[in-house]
Design a binder for this molecule. Structure first.
Ligand code: NAD
Length: 360
């Protein structure tokens, strides 16, 4: 099979591979679907085995962004960029910054058809460097705010999942895997609402400090997925729900911030979860808060938009839960169907009510 078969499978509109000789930049920019508007999505910086793996991940993540924007009724298309991190880039900050500027210049050539912001490995400092070369990046000032918005949406999704299982958040045991920008806010929010929180992170110091602050249980990152709990909230990396990991889960609800939690084939994993009696609120539904905040306000998100962002996620979660209950399908199928309907049939204005002018 051709190594580019994934472009067809994922139905990508465009896939750009970027190699800059001067800096050694290697990156992929995937644009999945611009039916609803220009493409938006974060830029990720990570180690990969090959440029092909970079391109494939960018494609999968771009499709998830299309679903995220469509399901939440936002007038944007799905895109994602991935920059390949290597030994030299990790060691030499000046080289990494030169690569970021070269990448920014490439974004200029796309002429605004792809706008980006922070993601795994790209924080406010890296976006600031990008912005020295392009106007098509946001998140210098509101990266932390996006984490809060995302965490608030994840908590809303957790509450909905628990309700569907006849449980309340107060007293529920929630395992948060990964306590970075989103997971730490989530853990604090859950603890403040009376949940019994257990956390884990491969950054052991970070996890220990937060566990002390919250009086939360500290779990071993190697085994936290299968810890006994009411809720598992994956807030670290993707591909955590696999044919191996699902049978070992001991929770009633899965809802978290990490993108692409279901390993391919996604539908099979969703059905496996359902057969195990576990409600899975899809990642692109639960983690839409950051995207809503950053894309809804133009340049940068604003703290005063947080309550409306949370309401927006809550409304989408409600629609997905209703659809799943009415049709007897999984929440994943209900969410994909809702997103596809908005992409292919309704258009965002008719399906989502107002086209979400969060800011001016
Ligand atoms: P982050 O990098 O700030 O935090 C991730 C944390 O997970 C880190 O503390 C890291 O040490 C930890 N981690 C990594 N691998 C782990 C493992 N195997 N077990 C336990 N901990 C592990 O990232 P973030 O901004 O908090 O985002 C978390 C996830 O949510 C990412 O997958 C991101 O793509 C996704 N997401 C984030 C946002 C946002 O607004 N920041 C929005 C949507 C989706």
């Amino acid at each position: 099979m051709s190594s580019l078969a994934f472009v067809e499978e994922l139905e990508l509109e465009e896939l750009h591979l970027v190699r800059d000789r001067a800096t050694g930049l290697r990156a992929a920019v995937a644009i999945h679907d611009r039916t609803l508007g220009p493409a938006r999505g974060g830029t990720r910086l990570r180690r990969y085995d090959s440029l092909e793996a970079v391109a494939r991940d960018a494609g999968r993540l771009a499709r998830a962004m299309s679903h995220k924007f469509a399901v939440h009724g936002l007038p944007y298309g799905g895109g994602k960029a991935v920059i390949l991190q290597d030994e030299a880039g990790a060691r030499d900050r000046a080289l990494l910054e030169a690569r970021l500027r070269a990448y920014g210049e490439f974004l200029n050539r796309l002429g605004g058809e792809f706008g980006t912001g922070p993601d795994y490995g790209i924080g406010a400092a890296e976006v600031a460097v990008l912005r020295s070369a392009t106007d098509h990046a946001v998140g210098v000032h509101s990266h932390g705010l996006a984490g809060r918005a995302t965490a608030a949406g994840v908590r809303v999704a957790i509450e909905a999942g628990l309700r569907a299982q006849g449980l309340d958040l107060a007293g529920a045991r929630v395992v948060v895997q990964g306590v970075g920008a989103v997971g730490a806010h989530l853990a604090r929010d859950l603890a403040a609402r009376g949940a019994r929180v257990a956390i884990s992170d491969v950054d052991l110091e970070r996890a220990a400090a937060l566990a002390r602050e919250l009086g939360a249980d500290l779990l071993d990152p190697a085994s936290c997925l299968s810890a006994e709990a009411d809720v598992l909230a994956p807030c670290a990396t993707g591909d955590v729900l696999t044919s191996d990991s699902i049978p070992a889960l001991r929770c009633r609800v899965v809802a978290g911030a990490a993108n692409e939690q279901l390993a391919p084939p996604e539908l099979e994993q969703a059905q496996r979860l359902s057969e195990a009696g576990i409600i899975y609120i899809p990642d692109f539904v639960a983690n839409g808060g950051g995207a809503i905040l950053l894309t809804g306000c133009g340049e940068e998100g604003r703290a005063e938009d947080l309550p409306r962002t949370e309401q927006r996620v809550a409304e989408t979660v409600r629609q997905v839960c209703e659809r799943a209950a009415a049709s007897g399908c999984t929440h994943y199928e209900a969410a994909v169907a809702l997103a596809e309907q908005r992409l292919r049939v309704d258009g965002v204005d008719r399906a989502g009510g107002e086209a979400y002018p969060l800011g001016s």
